[in-house]
Design a binder for this molecule. Structure first.
Ligand code: NI
Ligand code: MN
Length: 227
């Protein structure tokens, strides 16, 4: 059993009833979010990169709950220096207490502005998460790349969380092609409509994915499903 809750933008909470994995918790800065960062009690926080709309409330939540932050090494070290517990990784696989986690590539950037300068935080990433007997791919912020076919071949994806906003990431046309490579049982779009520059018609994206014989659905911020 796996319960998946969409928290808005690229933020999701996944739980098997024992472990709670929070991904990219951009909550207090997101006007569309329907939960409060203070209500979230994860055991682990997965970060795909250091941009503010992904790092979000991660450090505050980690310090309050003791949750372990999992991130690419430079970002993990940044969080550790701010007082959070962290586990540093690069592209590859590690077996955590909750299950197997693969860090996957993403074509994007990773930096944070501090005191007027940009601090670079290493490579951005995505994740393949094995939890509760299910397998979920969170692509992170990324453009399309052909190795998504390899990710799909190596992992029996129950669900793929794909950015469709365009400009910083794949747009709906690219995300549709990504879905065809990944072959998940379910596609859920993310990273759209939070800002004007990433406005997209997610309902149309769902229709276009379903025309290709894959299942897809949109979740409103705060909404949950069981997969
Ligand atoms: Ni980003
Ligand atoms: Mn982003």
């Amino acid at each position: 059993m796996l319960k998946l809750q969409y928290l808005g933008h690229a933020a999701f909470s996944l739980t098997d009833g024992k472990y709670v994995l929070l991904i990219d918790p951009f909550i207090s800065g997101n006007q569309l979010a329907k939960v409060e960062a203070e209500e979230l009690n994860p055991t682990h926080i997965l970060l795909t990169h250091g941009h503010g709309d992904h790092l979000g409330d991660a450090i505050d939540i980690a310090k309050r709950t003791g949750a372990l932050i999992i991130a690419p090494t430079e970002l993990a070290n940044y969080c550790e220096n701010k007082g959070a517990r962290s586990h540093a990784m690069y592209m590859g696989t590690y077996h955590f207490d909750f299950g197997k986690l693969r860090m996957t590539p993403a074509w994007h950037g990773s930096s944070i502005e501090e005191k007027g300068t940009s601090i670079y935080l290493g490579t951005p990433c995505g994740y393949v998460i094995y939890l509760g007997g299910k397998c979920v791919y969170h692509a992170g912020d990324t453009g399309i790349f052909g190795d998504m076919a390899l990710i799909g071949r190596m992992n029996p994806l129950d669900c793929a969380l794909l950015p469709i906003g365009g400009n910083f990431t794949m747009d709906p046309e690219e995300a549709l092609e990504a879905a065809l490579m990944l072959k998940p049982k379910l596609v859920i779009p993310m990273h759209f409509n939070t800002f004007p520059v990433i406005k997209q018609d997610a309902k149309q994206f769902v229709k276009d994915v379903e025309k290709k014989g894959l299942k897809a659905l949109t979740l409103a911020p705060g909404e949950s499903i069981e997969i």
